[in-house]
Design a protein around this ligand. Structure first.
Ligand code: LLP
Length: 424
């Protein structure tokens, strides 16, 4: 469920007509609904209410500081994968003891920063990382709570680019090797084992791979406890999928996911951490764009819009589907026609949809890409020297620009010309 609904023939974000935002902010723009973000966070929180838990929002999904502030104030922890994300979470007022640091390639500088400023736990992904973290923590005179991310060799049955829990993926330590790695950690200064971490992939629409992975984590918990380690927390990752197409079968909901967690690991008495990103932010955001031209092609019409692959790369990168709807609702009974919906970037890959049935549209019409809140703005670039587009947060009848559209000068003046190229 989200809060983007038609009212009086116009798509609204909560109580604000998107036409009003288009007028004051321009297009293209990302628009988020605070109510949807909070609702999705609460669904996870309620799904784990049977025991101690912390829902650590995966900052990578949508990392605007206003979004982090909204979720952090509601009690969310944060899962971060870089110093930049960590600093964003801290800038949003989230205390270090609610921030989990994940990622395969943490640098020494990043380790030093989070250790100095406070961190709930670091999820170690490799033996070299374990040794470096031990040296860094010991040199700073601190003991850092750690988990090891294990790779359970489970096929998450999702897009290959976002599967992370198969043996061939670069993430984590093979689960078969985990006992050996925990044994080494126990000998290293600066590290204190608190639990186990696992994350098998993203946009999972079936609970079975979660179940398989969590069962392996439960077995490992018992084995590690028998070895004398203190396993008090389980970080079970993110990955629950969302409905991208209204017409599709709906994926499982957080409550069902929470039950799977309870079934598989509930008996262990551990505090549960999860790291959902997409399900919290995905359907809480849309990308609003405007038709520049309708161009008649050979056997097809192109809708050329002012958003492009640099603003939303998911269709080009993963062949992802986003529902695309007109901001002004069509009159009932208007016949649809197929369009190729494309952006202005000079690549054929800059195609959002091919042969998509839409009501007839004209230049100037506003349209919205749904489910664009996660992995939308955060993956954008300035390719073709298109300035990053603004982000807007709506809450009830209020809205605010939470990242302004840069001016062309701001974009260009970040570049500097070396003095040897300047005229004498
Ligand atoms: N935890 C870890 C360690 C992760 O690597 C990820 C996502 C998450 C949590 C959050 O997963 P979620 O709940 O959002 O599925 N750009 C891709 C998705 C990449 C996901 C990367 N890792 C896309 O647009 O589909």
């Amino acid at each position: 469920m989200d809060h983007f609904l038609y009212r009086d023939g116009v798509l609204h974000a909560e109580d604000v007509p998107l036409t009003e935002i288009a007028r004051s902010v321009g297009t293209p723009a990302y628009v988020y609904s605070a109510a949807t973000l909070l609702r999705h966070y609460s669904l996870f929180d309620e799904a784990l209410a049977w025991g101690p838990h912390l829902v650590c929002y995966a900052v990578k999904a949508a990392s605007n500081v206003a979004i982090l502030k909204l979720l952090g104030d509601a009690g969310a922890g944060m899962d971060v994968v870089s110093e930049g994300e960590y600093r964003r979470a801290r800038a949003a007022g989230v205390p270090g003891d609610r921030i989990v640091f994940s990622g395969v390639g943490k640098t020494e500088t990043e380790m030093r920063h989070v250790l100095a400023d406070g961190v709930r736990q670091i999820n170690i992904e490799s033996e070299p990382e374990m040794r470096l973290l031990s040296r860094v923590a010991a040199s700073m005179g601190v003991e850092v709570p750690v988990t090891v991310r294990v790779n359970p060799d489970v096929d998450a049955k999702t897009h290959a680019k976002i599967a992370t829990g198969r043996a061939e993926d670069k993430f984590g330590i093979p689960i078969a090797k985990a006992r050996q790695v925990y044994a080494e950690i126990a000998t290293l200064p600066g590290l204190r084992v608190v639990g186990i971490d696992v994350h098998i992939g993203s946009q999972l629409v079936d609970l079975d791979p979660f179940r398989q992975a969590y069962r392996k984590v439960a077995d490992l918990t018992e084995a590690l406890r028998a070895d004398g380690h203190s396993i008090e927390r389980l970080d079970l990752g993110g990955g629950l999928g969302i409905p991208y197409a209204r017409s599709n079968l709906a994926p499982p909901v957080p409550m069902e996911y929470g039950e799977v967690i309870r079934d598989e690991v509930g008996h262990l008495g551990c505090e549960i951490e999860i790291e959902p990103g997409r399900l919290i932010a995905g359907n809480a955001g849309i990308l609003m764009t405007q038709t520049i031209f309708v161009k008649e092609g050979e056997g097809r019409d192109f809708l050329i819009v002012d958003a492009a692959m640099n603003d939303l790369i998911r269709p080009a990168m993963y062949g992802a589907h986003h529902d695309i709807v007109p901001v002004r609702e069509a009159a009932p009974g208007v016949e649809q026609q197929p369009y190729d919906i494309v952006g202005p970037v000079c690549e054929s890959g800059d195609t959002f949809a091919k042969g998509r049935d839409m009501v007839p549209l004209s230049a100037g019409d506003l349209i919205a890409f749904r489910s664009a809140g996660a992995y939308g703005a955060v993956m954008s670039s300035e390719y073709n020297s298109r300035p990053l587009i603004p982000e807007v947060l709506v809450q009830g009848d209020q809205y605010a620009v939470i990242r302004p559209r840069p001016t062309f000068d701001e974009m260009i003046s970040r570049d500097t010309i070396p003095e040897w190229l300047a005229p004498a």
